[in-house]
Design a protein around this ligand. Structure first.
Ligand code: 9MR
Ligand code: ZN
Length: 549
């Protein structure tokens, strides 16, 4: 890794100029609207941009918030429903500007979904689609197999994983699954989501996911086993993707990657059928091949970086949830009883049945089963629905206990904590759809409020959104392009109570409360990287909140 970005001027790092924290994208007219004031106060005003008071109220004392260490007051202005642009004032302090309106989520929904296009690998990004952020074709040369250099594989395409240029199957599958399920569950929100990407005969979000799926198909060996990842030996320096010309490798097959690929291709086969029959058939064949491989290889085959390789490893301790998901999707697609039996035999293995991340895929399997039109046994159906209900109930309690309203305990602020924030939002959305819990909207919106500014640093963790926002993520092209304003719509990893990179270790003082362990600087990969699977749950939550249904 080049040293240049560690050594540059870090004077851009600022703390918020605002003393009152709001969702900087805004609030819909009918939603619960809450600002957080981390200082002693009594009254507040909502003022328009000419300074006229439009609404006034009393603040409420919340108490000490554990994850931030703040003594917190809240201002509830849900009763104010007039569209417009405002700030909150109290005790000589102000909030950032925010909007009230029916369409406040539209732009952030668009941009977080468009982020995937900006991360496309193996093609150039043309000016007509990305404006100033255009760049040349990257990573098109064939990869060689790490363990046998005589084998060469075409693995061009897909999305760059994150701030690095690696492409990892389990991570990519996870992001694709978030987006596919978002479309499946909230189709109305996506039908008019125009992303200004190359047009195909299907909704844009499906075109975008298809780009990743085409790459995933290339990662499958003819015997159905799936290479774990395609990366260079070492992380690239901070250059544009087309300047990263080091040899690309594919790494050994893992059973997690194979099961995940089987699952997502089965899911997608059903979803693309009405738009592209041929693609749907190819996905189905791929799913079958990987499932057959899994049957022949019942043992867990994990992944560790071999010596000389320092890119992401995405190791897992077992593949139970991955296999469970794969069989559940194949059952949902075909109704074939053998897959039902196999799924059932894995269900009791102890993994969370509502997990929605790359290490815990059980929730996708449960969703596959619950949303399937094939026969379900009542006990299993009831048990899985209850699993989502119970998870949501626990998260509501946590959310209510937090002064900032986010469903995170102090210990939950880990590397990429904003992913957990958004995955919790997904649980509220899914529970609403499965169990008709209409409080899901408010709880999901609270998680988004946190992401967009209702947090102890008063920062919006989405690039391009909010008056005080992150702008210097650990993202190679965003550094190398020399453009001051970052590519929009990128979700930063966020606070991490256990900072794990040299820059963060230097700037985050010991004893900093977990919600405040964050710095907006390119150098800090354990606090400020972006990844596809941190963006995708945000798109899911926004899809839910934008959905008319
Ligand atoms: O999100 C991963 C985090 O939990 C790990 O501790 C960390 C170190 O191995 O890796 C993170 O994942 C990174 C991946 O390995 C490569 N692409 C970027 C990911 C986010 O930082
Ligand atoms: Zn690339």
């Amino acid at each position: 890794m080049n040293k240049k970005y560690f050594e540059r001027d870090h004077s851009h790092i600022k703390t918020t100029p605002f003393g009152i924290f709001v969702n900087q994208a805004g609030y819909t007219e009918s939603s619960t609207k809450r600002a957080v004031l981390p200082f002693e106060c009594d009254e507040f005003e909502v003022v328009d941009l000419s300074g006229n008071c439009r609404y006034a109220g009393k603040t409420e004392y919340f108490g000490q918030d554990e994850a931030s260490g703040d003594i917190v007051y809240t201002a509830d202005f849900s009763g104010f429903r007039e569209a417009g642009e405002y700030r909150i004032n109290s005790g000589g302090k102000s909030s950032a500007v925010f909007r009230i309106g029916a369409d406040v989520y539209d732009k952030v929904f668009h941009d977080t979904a468009k982020a995937f296009y900006y991360l496309r690998c193996g093609c150039g990004l043309e000016e007509k689609y990305v404006g100033v952020y255009h760049h040349g074709v990257c990573h098109g040369s064939p990869a060689i197999l790490w363990s046998d250099h005589s084998t060469s594989v075409d693995v061009s395409g897909g999305w760059h994983d994150a701030g690095d240029y690696g492409r990892y199957v389990t991570a990519g599958v996870c992001a694709a699954a978030h987006l596919l399920y978002a479309f499946k569950m909230f189709p109305a929100a996506f039908e008019d989501l125009e992303l200004n990407i190359p047009k195909e005969n299907m909704p844009d979000i499906l075109s975008e996911v298809k780009y990743e799926l085409e790459w995933l198909l290339k990662m499958q060996r003819s015997d159905g086993g799936v290479y774990h990842k395609a990366t260079t030996a070492l992380h690239a320096p901070f250059v544009m993707p087309e300047e990263d010309t080091a040899q690309m490798y594919v790494f050994d097959v893992s059973s997690m990657a194979t099961a995940d690929l089987a699952a997502v291709t089965a899911l997608a086969s059903g979803m693309y059928r009405e738009y592209d029959m041929n693609f749907s058939d190819r996905l189905f064949e791929a799913a079958k091949r990987s499932l057959e491989w899994l049957d022949r290889n019942p043992e867990f085959i994990g992944f560790h970086n071999p010596e000389g390789n320092n890119t992401g490893s995405y190791g897992e301790r077992d593949d139970d949830s991955n296999r469970y998901w794969a069989y559940a999707e194949m059952y949902a697609l075909t109704g074939d009883k053998q897959y039902h039996d196999k799924m059932m035999s894995l269900m009791g293995k102890g993994f969370p049945l509502t997990g929605l991340g790359y290490t815990e895929m059980g929730g996708f399997g449960s969703l596959a089963y619950l949303l399937s039109s094939h026969e379900k046994d009542d006990r299993t159906e009831g048990m899985l629905k209850k699993a989502f209900k119970d998870t949501a109930a626990k998260l509501k309690e946590v959310s209510d206990k937090c002064g900032y309203g986010v469903a995170m305990e102090a210990r939950d602020y880990h590397w990429g904590s904003n992913m957990t924030v958004m995955k919790n939002g997904m649980i509220f959305a899914i529970n609403d759809r499965l169990n008709g819990d209409s409080s899901g909207k408010e709880y999901a919106a609270r998680q988004l409020d946190y992401l967009l500014g209702v947090n102890a640093l008063g920062i919006s963790y989405v690039t391009g959104h909010g008056e005080f926002r992150c702008n210097y993520p650990h993202l190679r092209p965003a550094f190398a392009d020399g453009i001051e304003e970052c590519i929009p719509g990128m979700v930063a990893g966020g606070p991490n109570g256990r900072p794990a990179d040299p820059f963060a270790e230097e700037v985050i003082k010991a004893g900093t409360p977990p919600m405040k362990c964050y710095v907006d600087d390119t150098a800090s990969y354990s606090l400020n990287e972006i990844t596809i699977y941190w963006n995708s749950p945000a798109v899911f939550v926004l899809g839910y909140l934008c959905d008319e249904g």
